[in-house]
Design a protein around this ligand. Structure first.
Ligand code: FES
Length: 339
């Protein structure tokens, strides 16, 4: 987890400033590249909307590019992230349009469907107080699932990079919690100091309450689970945390899976070397492997567990489990590929 390719979405508003500052701090800490993205409704104002972020990136000597786009804001942001193979999208949770409430519909769509991790930032009273290390106390929520393990791995790496403290939280049966947390701390945390909290209650509410009570400044959660919602792109617990946590939330996304995690009748993306393969396991267990690159403009398709199809998040192409086109704009089937 280095977060070398970072996208920050901004509308130039004061609430977006926190996201800009945090994205720049992250990019600086990883010596990564920052794409400063603005989706405009008025092209004449687009340059002004990115001016503050660009000035700060220049001042902090962060490698950056400006990407101005129009169209549906969420689709544009996700498409840009996908084209750049971004590892994380940073966005304010309120906005990107002023009329939106606590977490706006654009942001919600990005959190639900992004092809990578999403960091939601809450507005600070004074965004200028966001320093080089924007987080000091990180809460890692885990249920012991493979997705949570990947989220924990990212959390420990981020904490190390920012010299932040880590606490692990498990919500559920105490005996299971002891085993899960001991294992996570030893195998993923590799013995790094981490407080362990085992709590009972409704997972989303309990994690949000813990973040509030103990004043964590970042909660990290996997995009699936924590109640085995394997079919959902974003499980109900991470969704609740993203919407209501009092602090910033990093939703660590598991797009790529292990072949063994894909059940009969399901599909998933498996990363191999530097390319991604769309894998469909037929009900009889046989595996079909096809390229995960949409034949329209190359975005990565995603498995839609509800409809049992491959969907492209960029412009809406849809393919059958074995890659034939159902809906365009793509005209050609997904190409055969090998694992
Ligand atoms: Fe355009 Fe997939 S890249 S629909």
């Amino acid at each position: 987890m280095a977060y070398k390719r970072i996208v920050v979405a901004t509308d130039g508003s004061s609430t977006a400033e926190t996201a800009e500052r945090i994205a720049i701090a992250l990019a600086r800490s990883t010596k990564g590249t920052l794409s400063i993205v603005h989706v405009f409704t008025d092209r004449a104002r687009a340059d002004a909307a990115v001016a503050r972020a660009v000035a700060l990136a220049e001042e902090r000597q962060v490698k950056h590019e400006i990407v101005l786009a129009d169209g549906d804001p969420a689709d544009a942001i996700m498409g840009i992230a996908d084209e750049r193979d971004a590892e994380i999208i940073v966005t304010g949770s309120r906005g990107l349009f002023k009329s939106e409430q606590l977490i706006g519909s654009v942001v919600r769509k990005v959190v639900n469907n992004a092809p990578c991790d999403v960091l939601l930032t809450r507005p600070r009273e004074d965004p200028a107080t966001v320093g080089e290390a924007p987080y000091h106390r990180i809460l890692l929520a885990t249920d012991g699932s493979a997705t949570a393990d990947r989220a924990a791995r990212k959390g420990f790496a981020l904490a190390k990079r920012l010299a932040a403290s880590v606490a692990l939280v498990f919500v559920g049966h105490p005996k299971t919690g002891e085993l899960v947390l001991a294992d996570t701390a030893a195998t993923i945390g590799e013995g790094a100091p981490a407080d362990q909290m085992i709590l009972e209650g409704e997972p989303g509410e309990t994690i949000i309450g813990t973040a509030r009570e103990h004043r964590f400044d970042l909660v990290i959660v996997g995009n699936k689970g924590m109640a085995g919602a394997r079919a959902a792109i974003l499980g109900s617990v991470p969704r609740e945390i993203a919407e209501f946590a009092p602090c910033d939330v990093l939703v660590a996304r598991t797009i790529a899976q292990n072949l063994s995690e894909i059940q009969p009748g399901e599909g998933g993306i498996v990363a191999t070397g530097d390319h991604k393969v769309a894998v469909y396991r037929r009900p009889d267990g046989a595996v079909v492997t096809i390229s995960a690159k949409c034949t329209h403009m190359g975005c990565t398709v995603k498995w839609n567990a509800a409809d049992k199809v491959w969907d492209c998040p960029c412009h809406g192409s849809r393919y059958t489990p074995t890659g034939e086109v159902i809906n365009g704009p793509a005209e050609r089937a997904l190409a055969p590929a090998e694992l």
